[in-house]
Ligand binder design. Structure first.
Ligand SMILES: NC(=O)c1ccc[n+]([C@@H]2O[C@H](COP(=O)([O-])OP(=O)(O)OC[C@H]3O[C@@H](n4cnc5c(N)ncnc54)[C@H](OP(=O)(O)O)[C@@H]3O)[C@@H](O)[C@H]2O)c1
Length: 241
């Protein structure tokens, strides 16, 4: 796969899966810009390839007008990946203000990014990816907002794919299984919950951010040029039973 001179924007690339995706594109010589909520990439305290080689922009969807004011280092964008996401535990998502906030960060912000950056996606092969989840397909116990946002992403992918195909823009999604990130700390930091989660994964391990990154590179590449409107599951078989 060839990404040199390709410009990739990863919303939510500061951490977890987005960071793993950024690493995979950098390894293939792409120009990568990532966003995170903190002021500087140094605030994440990681001296890795992503910190050293990507451009960083601060973006917090809970701050009004933050996206409107965001200025990219590129005038043309080849690939947009939306990997932002949040979740609230202890049944907080049953409170309406929390429900709305999670929907804003997880779903509405993805539509807003697609609308804002689509005009820059004029190159042949331009494409978009949105991070869904196993929760795009089934109930998530105790998390109505997370689940509704991920269900929404599944049909947003299909609707935008249909709308923009004739303009040459493909739109796909990736639905990860369990990957150890800030979002899943409550599970993997608890010995018993972690052990019991492993029993449900046929490939017998949690995913690495790079597992998702490799799938993202494939979907972004010319090899996936006839794939649009699909949510690709990358979960070690977790969703099979
Ligand atoms: N981890 C899993 O097992 C798993 C499974 C299925 C789906 N997913 C999905 O994968 C995506 C990435 O999640 P992750 O697991 O990598 O979690 P993560 O490590 O917490 O990363 C989430 C990213 O979203 C950003 N973000 C959070 N709140 C934001 C806000 N208000 N405004 C702008 N950006 C915000 C974070 O910025 P900061 O770094 O500054 O906080 C970070 O870059 C999410 O859409 C998630 O739902 C994850």
């Amino acid at each position: 796969m060839e990404f040199s001179k390709k410009r990739i924007l990863i919303i939510g690339g500061s951490s977890g899966i987005g960071r793993g995706i950024a690493k995979c594109f950098l390894d293939l010589d792409a120009q990568v810009c990532i966003t995170g909520t903190k002021e500087s990439i140094k605030d994440y305290g990681l001296e890795d390839t992503v910190s050293l080689k990507s451009e960083y922009l601060q973006l917090d969807f809970l701050k009004p007008a933050a996206l409107d004011e965001l200025v990219l280092p590129f005038e043309i964008l080849d690939v947009l990946i939306c990997s932002q996401g949040t979740v609230q535990y202890k049944r907080k998502e049953f409170e309406m203000d929390v429900f709305r906030e999670v929907l804003d960060v997880n779903l509405t912000s993805m539509m807003a990014c697609c609308q804002k950056f689509k005009p820059l996606m004029t190159n042949i092969g331009a494409n978009i990816m949105l991070l869904g989840s196993g929760a795009s397909y089934k109930a998530t116990k105790g998390n109505p907002a997370y689940s509704a946002s991920k269900g929404g992403i599944l049909t947003l992918v299909k609707t935008l794919a249909e709308a923009w195909a004739r303009e040459g823009i493909r739109v796909n999604g990736i639905a990860p299984g369990l990957v150890a990130t800030k979002l899943t700390e409550v599970t993997f930091k608890d010995k018993n919950r972690y052990a019991s989660s492993l029993k449900n994964i046929p490939l017998a391990r949690w995913g690495e951010p790079e597992d998702i990154g490799h799938a993202a590179c494939f979907l972004a590449s010319e090899k996936a040029g006839y794939i649009t409107g699909q949510m690709i599951t990358v979960d070690g078989g977790l969703g099979l039973s």
